[in-house]
Design a protein around this ligand. Sequence first.
Ligand SMILES: C[S@@+](CC[C@H](N)C(=O)[O-])C[C@H]1O[C@@H](n2cnc3c(N)ncnc32)[C@H](O)[C@@H]1O
Length: 555
Amino acid sequence: MYRSLFHDSDEEFAGFDGDLNEYDIEGAEDEDDDMLRGPIQELDLGSEDDDEEEELPAVKTKGQKSKQHERPSKIIPTGSDASSDEEDEDEEAPVTMANMEARSRALDAAAVREADLDAEEMRQAELVGEEEDDFADADMDADEEGEGDEEAFQLPTAEEREQEKKTGGPQAAGSRSEYVSQLISDIASYYGYNDFLAEKLFQLFPVSEAIEFFEANEVARPVTIRTNTLRTRRRDLAQALINRGVNLEPIGKWTNVGLQVFESSVPIGATPEYLAGHYMLQAASSFLPVIALGPQPGERVLDMASAPGGKTTHMAALMQNTGMVFANDANKARTKSLTANVHRLGCKNVVVCSYDGREFPKVMGGFDRVLLDAPCSGTGVISKDASVKTNKSDRDFTLLSHLQKQLILCAIDSVQPESKTGGYLVYSTCSVTVDENEAVVDYALRKRPNVKLVETGLEFGVPGFKSYRGRNFDPRVSMTRRFYPHVHNMDGFYVAKFKVEKRAKKTKEEGDAMDVDAGVEGVAGKFAFNDEEDRPYIEGQPFFSNHVFASHELT
Ligand SMILES: C[S@@+](CC[C@H](N)C(=O)[O-])C[C@H]1O[C@@H](n2cnc3c(N)ncnc32)[C@H](O)[C@@H]1O
């Protein structure tokens, strides 16, 4: 719904299908953008403190209260934002410079309380359910989902199931596994997933949480922008946009460059500030890997899969246009929007290139930091690209996971372990599946004894799975972070951060165990994956030959 407001070249999510017309700015003029139109705001220039970077200009509206009072769906309610004093503030009072931040914290605190209450309610529901019968917890969740909505998803009640048993109806066998399969199949048909993906995603969560996840995928995530600090400051940008009738506020304490847009009387992807490169339309989740990587001024950085450049341009800004960012993407067509963004945002330290990431570090190595924002299935961005619901098969996940494993080893080998300031790799995806996340990280830890996981430094996020459906991963995988639409109100995302140490000289056995030998020192050799192991994937599959990734397949 908000998409028409976005400039095409900012979009990075899985749904990009190479058709730039899909994001036609003209579309922003039609009825879709009514959602972001609102009353013109008037500045309250009261007691503004110009030096306080975190404070944004206060606003009040003409004729009616600011929509800021009705803030919908805040991003990520963090415990650290809560403060009991501020919660008591009169919610009806006008928003001013003095109370804006406090109001924001109070709302966040309320959101935390609500989330806690919801969680408690769910726990209670599950307990009651377990006492009644094996199946009642799912039953209850489904009942809640269906409340007040004639067409809503309804599971049979305990009585109905009893009746069905007597009459030999569909639930006759009545085992938990049969009931769960029925639930998955109902979820698939209700939300429009293929059975395979519905099951795969369902398995990630307890029953009640799974329903929340599927529900969250039906709702658009908040519209967010990232201030380009190479061109402006957040407070100045906010002021300029407020003057144009944009209703916005800071995303949260965890970012000092993000703004959440609630409504706008102008298309956000076509303001003079946008065209002048003062901001990037960017999902909040995609700030996370860059924050975790923390590129420093003067460093040499590789963004291995970078188009359309949301993270590249963020890194360039953090590096204050110094050092060097190599922005690579295997898909040449996608480097056009990458280059356009690099120019628009005034990044002068970026070199754009187009290689298969698996050719690194043969092409170039010795980076202080590497970001691998890997091509993935896009199961974290289903709210933006509903085609993911039906176009993914088991084979896709096998192939993607394999590609991601190859890429991550090459990314590790591109890092300069002796870097004085860095020596880090961040691996991220906008997918929530274990195959594409923990399994890839675990593989990298096994294949590269010279790397270790370190804390991402992100304030929130759910720890990665240490074990999953009978598979045990390296326990340090819990240092990685998962982000979910239903928990954090941002796209589903995954972030892992590695420190790369100097590689010990390989023994013969270790050498044999390595799939890839593309280390900086060993690059002269064949671009060596284990062809025997890879054969089943390579044969009959365009992915690993000259595949240029169709954006609908990959992000
Ligand atoms: C998640 S998107 C990157 C988004 C980007 N990091 C950003 O923030 O704007 C993944 C990218 O990987 C690219 N890609 C796919 N396979 C690749 C490969 N083997 N090597 C390098 N890039 C690849 C795709 O073309 C796609 O642009």
